[in-house]
Design a protein. Structure first.
Length: 153
């Protein structure tokens, strides 16, 4: 068993197609993707969106235009994560080999929670990309949480 980390996004404006999270596992550790939660509390309009989750290997070009997240360990005092996590990249990841893990439709009023049981196994130096492949009809203020685990390292 490894160490579990939370990677939150909080009150981020989303108005374009984007990668909500891009998680790169460290070169010396495998990863486990446990869950993804997305919610919003600003729109009162019902809108159906898609959320995709993909494993990206090879030599991709990382997305850009967003920011970075410092993963928060679930155990106080645990060491810092070796992973690199980006959020809200409006220029999406390109190249590499992408394999979809999940492709889900959801209504933005309800949000979405995906729990992977068993967790998705992620090899060292591999990316998990959680994306909105279509833009919402109007800007949304989105919060969410990606929960992952690092094993080894």
């Amino acid at each position: 068993m490894g160490l579990v980390y939370d990677c939150p996004i909080e009150a981020i404006s989303v108005s374009a197609v984007q990668d909500l999270w891009e998680w790169l596992t460290p070169s010396d550790a495998a990863g486990l993707l446990h869950s993804i939660v997305i919610e919003q509390n600003t729109s009162e309009t019902s809108e159906q969106l898609r959320l995709t989750v993909a494993r990206v290997t090879g030599a991709p070009t990382s997305g850009s235009g967003g920011g970075t997240i410092t993963p928060t360990p679930r155990i106080p005092g645990a060491p810092a994560a070796g992973s690199t996590v980006e959020r809200n990249n409006t220029t999406q990841i390109t190249l590499g080999t992408s394999v979809k893990i999940a492709d889900r439709g959801f209504n933005i009023l309800n949000g979405i929670e995906i729990v992977f049981d068993p967790p998705v196994e992620v090899a060292p130096s591999t990316r998990i990309v959680v994306a909105l492949p279509t833009a919402p009809g109007a800007a949304l203020t989105v919060s969410g949480l990606l929960t992952m685990e690092e094993v080894g390292g």
